[in-house]
Design a protein around this ligand. Sequence first.
Ligand code: PLP
Length: 390
Amino acid sequence: MELDTKLIHGGPLIDKYTGSSSVPIYQASTFHQSQFAESQEFTYTRFGNPTRKALEETIASLEFAKYGYAFSSGMAAISAVLLNFSHGDHVVLPKDIYGGAYQLVTEMFPKYGIEYTFVDETNLSSWEKAIKKNTRGIYIETPSNPLLTITDIKGVVMMAKQRNILTIIDNTFMSPIYQNPIKLGVDIVIHSATKFINGHSDVTAGLVVTNDEEIAETIYKTQKMFGSMLDPYDCWLVLRGIKTMKVRMEKEVENADFIAKELQKHSKVKAVYYPGLANHKGKELHFSQSSSGGAVLTFDLGSYENAKTLFENVTLPIVAVSLGGVESILSYPYTMSHACVPEKERLELGVTNGLIRLSCGIEDKHDLLNDLLRALDHVISENRPQKKII
Ligand SMILES: Cc1ncc(COP(=O)(O)O)c(C=O)c1O
């Protein structure tokens, strides 16, 4: 089945009891048990719910996996996976990692005696150097948030498989439309479905998929024990969002590609980070494992003042934490997604106070660009022109 068809028919489309054209919201906490002391499929919503099951089957199908689980947020999904490591285990993670995952690792791992190392994710040998005898997990995020750095998924997977190390990826930025890590050998794929998968900035949700039965059992039990499953109404909203994910994302990517290329020519823009740009580090690698540059770009205006001026003068993108909505979203990683990373490390990473992240929505690309250009007119200082693009 081709992707366009899978988005509509990959999971359950109609309700098997009534034939309704969308899976109903089974808004129930518990289910009547008609046969005394006999098991039945649904008993209690924390353990399982038909609307959630439909979403879990759909995401599994889209990511070429057998098992899927829906959580109350991307962080709930990340926690359910990472907090299954044990005392004495060691986990390797990328330096340019989503701020919430950074906080979880640096604040929770020590409490459980789990060791960790952050590496330069763009360099395959730095992953290898970080591996120790007790390394049990490798966690990837590519392209990364917010600098869109690229990790060699297959390279890391190969190195992990030789040593029996579990591989985990946060696939939020590419979504199942443009990158399918299970096909590249990754064991566990995580999504913040709050972003492109739901796509309308009205739900927080997280998804986890795997092909491994034992891992699946562990994730299911964690979802049940933590009680961090997604509620039926939000499952239904995410299911609805999924149906239009490809058409939405195609437009968002077209907009991001156009704007990244235009901003790169602008004298007041110090740098643009976007995997679709000819001079983006790791571009070729990225396109060997993904089929799109994505809908998010980041650019640097060189200073806090310049960033502030831009934010104060744009009128179309909403200024907000998050990405992946139908409306363009402008964020300031320095005080938003990466606020919980200590300042010294933030700056070392390149999350400077002039950095701005733009998640392109489905608006007209010329309207978006003109809005940004008008706002840039208010920015005073010129930055050096960027290197000529080949
Ligand atoms: C790459 C990435 N992963 C995970 C998350 C966390 O997702 P949530 O906010 O749904 O918990 C985010 C949120 O911005 C993200 O950008």
